[in-house]
Design a protein around this ligand. Sequence first.
Ligand SMILES: [Zn+2]
Ligand SMILES: [Zn+2]
Ligand SMILES: [Zn+2]
Length: 253
Amino acid sequence: MKITFLGTGTSQGVPVIACNCEVCQSLDYRDKRLRTAIHIEVDGKSFVIDAGPDFRQQMLRERIHKLDAVIFTHEHKDHTAGLDDVRAYNFFQKRDMPVYGREQVLEQIKREFAYAFAEIRYPGIPQINLCPIENQPFEIEGVSFLPIEVLHYKLPVFGYRIGDFAYITDVNYISAHELAKVKGVKVLVLGALRREKHLSHFSLSEAIEVFEKVKPEMGYITHISHQMGMHSDVEEELPTNIRLAYDGLSLVL
Ligand SMILES: [Zn+2]
Ligand SMILES: [Zn+2]
Ligand SMILES: [Zn+2]
């Protein structure tokens, strides 16, 4: 299995438009963060978790020539806005794109991309096959996904476990029952926005507490704000088995 971080930034990305802070002006490529998403290559299949506003750029950068499904964590725009660009895959693969998410997420997709679901469809619009999921294991083309239901303030969000890898972003609460599902993973990814406490996201120290409970071989932080600080400064303070993810980072499990 190969995991690639397509984007590791919070909803505004880093740099933030019009911001002159030191992080937004940093020349370190690891301080340039597109909106959060990952690509998973497993058993010859190719999946993305989330398709935010930078989806097109991410697919081009990573040269992803084949995509078997899009799996959504939740309905926020920074995770869904790029879905229209699955058109390229519709064209080359000659089939609808399967899109997985909770019922509420798919309802929002239908509203936001209403033209793709209209009775009379304009030629060239995205062809999407909505696949509702619940908090139960499911399979896509023989690959097993285990949802982990967490809270993002009051919004339920799905993290996913695929084999020894688990990915949970946009989270500030994980129940003991759901956290038990990630026990034994080699790599755990958690969203954490910044050092200070936040209403709907873990802070850095709250995420570290979760890593300490789960004890994965490696923990990675994603969904990072410019308020987190410079990548190199933050990493110096972290234990060696907890790293900040960065755009383009690939892991082979
Ligand atoms: Zn987000
Ligand atoms: Zn800034
Ligand atoms: Zn969100």
